[in-house]
Each structure stands twice: as structure tokens, then as C-alpha cells.
Write a protein that binds this ligand. Structure first.
Ligand SMILES: [Zn+2]
Length: 88
């Protein structure tokens, strides 16, 4: 008697995973899925992504958002500095 476990193929790494080790692509945040689409143009919302890849892209998305915000804060700091009188 042989039981074939049901698996899903991750669109990113191409590995077969148990469905409990990932989520349907349709459940990925839109910001994250946009980031994935840049590197994987054939990304389909009908597919599957494993948690390892999802976490990787999620981290990159968070870093990207932080970086965008830091750019704005950096600009404000520079403005403040130029208005401040020089030390001494
Ligand atoms: Zn994967």
C-alpha cells in the first residue's frame, strides 16, 4: 500500500512541497507579489509559493519600503542641517 502525498510545486524554486509548507500565490500581499513578478515574469496567481521563498521576498519588500522611507527622512535631515548654524 503506497500513499502518494499531495504536493504543490513552488513557482520560485521549483521544488515540490507539501501544501502546508507554503501558500497559494493568490494569498501573497500585492506589494510582495509585484516584487516577485520583477524577477519571475511568469509568476501566476494560480500557483503556489513555499514559505522559504515567501519570507525571502517579504523581507526584501520590507527593506525596500524602509529604504524608500529612509530616503525621505534623510532628505529632511539634510534640510535641517543646512538651516542650523555651524558648530563652534
Ligand atoms: Zn520555493
Amino acid at each position: 500500500m503506497s500513499v502518494t502525498p499531495q504536493t504543490q510545486v513552488c513557482q520560485i524554486c521549483g521544488e515540490s512541497r507539501r501544501p502546508s509548507l507554503g501558500i497559494p500565490a493568490s494569498m501573497v500581499d500585492s506589494g510582495v507579489s509585484r516584487l516577485i513578478q520583477i524577477e519571475h515574469p511568469d509568476w501566476s496567481s494560480e500557483g503556489f509559493i513555499c514559505f522559504a521563498d515567501l519570507n525571502r521576498y517579504r523581507n526584501r519588500y520590507v527593506l525596500k519600503v524602509l529604504e524608500d522611507n529612509r530616503g525621505e527622512i534623510g532628505g529632511l535631515e539634510q534640510l535641517e542641517r543646512t538651516e542650523r548654524p555651524p558648530d563652534g
